[in-house]
Design a protein around this ligand. Sequence first.
Ligand code: MSP
Length: 679
Amino acid sequence: MNKKFYITTPIYYVNARPHIGHAYTTIACDTVARRQRLLGADTFFLTGTDEHGQKIERAAQAAGKTPQEFTDEVSAQFRALWNRMGITYDDYIRTTEERHKKRVQELFRRIRDNGHIYKGTYTGQYCVFDELYVDVVGPGAPCPECGRPTETVKEENYFFKLSLFQDKLLQLYTEQPDFIRPETRRNEVMSFVRSGLRDLSISRSTFSWGIPVPDDPKHVIYVWLDALANYITAIGYGSSHKGAQEAFQKYWPADLQMIGKEIVRFHCVYWPAFLMAAELPLPKSIMAHGWLLFEESKMSKSRGNIVRTETILDVLGADALRYFLLREVVFGQDGSFSFDALVQRYNADLANGLGNLASRTLTMITRYFRGEVPYPSAAVPQKGGDSAIAENARKVIAEYSTLFDQYQFSRALEVAWGLVAAVDKYIVENEPWALGEKQDEESRSRLGTILYTSAEALRIVTALAHPVIPDATSKIWAQLGLGDIRKFPLSDLKWGQLQLGTKLGNIEPVFPRADKSAIERMQKMEDQQRSAASPAEGQPGAPAQAPAVLPVATTAAVATPAAKPAAPAPDGKISIDDFAKVELRVGQVKAAEKVKGADKLLRLEVDLGTEVRQVVAGIAESYAPELLIGRKVVIVANLAPRKLRGLESNGMIVAASPEGGKAVLASFLEDVPVGTRLK
Ligand code: MSP
């Protein structure tokens, strides 16, 4: 019997339209699902939308719609986008569907019957943006996760005995190290759990947009319990139908649950605890990827820095986006998106790389061998270069598979494209076009060997890359005369399978080169979208400026990424008066420490001569706090105070942030008195 493979994306909130941050997770899952199918696994790929809770209720209100109308609309937008991108999901769950609601109630009942739910009163702060109970004190206190003001909640609730599961969870993380990936996230979760778990409120009674608690409909079930349950309700948990029950037996537990790093706690602490309480098996692995950044901060609707997927689909197509995201971003870490980088990668790796190799090789086979694959001739001895390509390809197959199965997409693609580069070099060195002009036996044989070797390497890269760039590889496969690539059993892939005499299909370019105008076009499309976006699309409760933007300036500039420039001149320049508004001063660091729970932030006390200021800076990944004590730095001294992780930051430290590199603090070669103004 075939191995099964069940993979899930998070279900996306419908308070805002999809952007490439959502597409990133979905693409990664789609790629894994496609590979599993090619490997012969009975694969089930689930995605969907998360539609209950206060945040959605308020977004609907802001849009002047009923929650149901609103969620229907946005959920359909997500689905339409995935369809347009050819995402191969097997089911699309909406938490407002009847099947889900009933089954969540069943899960609630089961946990309650097992004695893990009790009634109590919750008094404390709640972050509507994160739909999270937070441990901060006082009305309006900032959420430690996102910095937005929290709301005070005092209501009778049902509680889940989370505290009971602390030891079991720690045992799980220890015994099943792959339960949370990557390692950094696992360590974070372990220290969070070790620091102690409190019981969790799992119902709300002050609004009604949710699933009623069984036997007590004044309460609705906490939106995260409702949402997390989708992973089992979609495949039949809690159903009385035999078919659904069988599907659940077959597919659960999930083999891989892919999430973004900001929802690790929900998935790696609450979710397994709920499952343990219901005596259900736990997922095999939860993989948290990093964030897609745009203009230095997390791409999100509330920051107004999103890029829509449709723009890229219109100009370069889905394969370009898929390849870029998986090749450019080290999976697990944050990565920046820019149109420039996208087009550069597209041209270098796809148009000039794989696309060029395909068209060169296939065109020469058409021209010199009437479109039939030649075979390396036994009559003419092979050269070192020929066997080196074969050897290289064998190694690539093995390495690519290992890396891919560890979700190191970027390294895997780098390895495969190493073969593309090697074949390119091989073609240039062997000049098949020169041999093609000759008719003698030896030249023809040699030409056959070179073109066979190139075509076989092309076939291997095409098969390996198929899950990542399905459209283009399907075309190349058909051009190679091999039919439907989805039917190819990837586990059998090896060198030498391309058959003599295979008749090529119609040769057409797969990746037309993109010129500079592609960047301008995409930029323009996004600018138009942003200016046309209606305010109702914004997220309710979101502050006008992103509070969590790290106060590290880009390329030694002084504005925060989210700050709007003060009416720039038409050529983008500012006047000296504009510059004079920024008060830059020399400061000296007196104290420095890491901010708890924020791996990028340091809390600094900086002496400005006349006063000592607290500044919270996003430089923890670049500087150990102890190395900063006594160091002279440049501070934007007249920046309005803002709160980061609940700490007030009074000013900004100036640093250069090279693309993909670490922040470097601005400093002086000569000694300068503390407090001196820079102008
Ligand atoms: N509804 C919850 C998840 C419930 S799962 C039971 C939620 N939804 S969300 O719409 O905010 O989507 C979050 C997910 O979208 C992230 O975990 C990540 O997978 C993806 N991303 C959204 N923005 C992203 C980036 N800027 N970068 C990377 N991934 C991003 O949280």
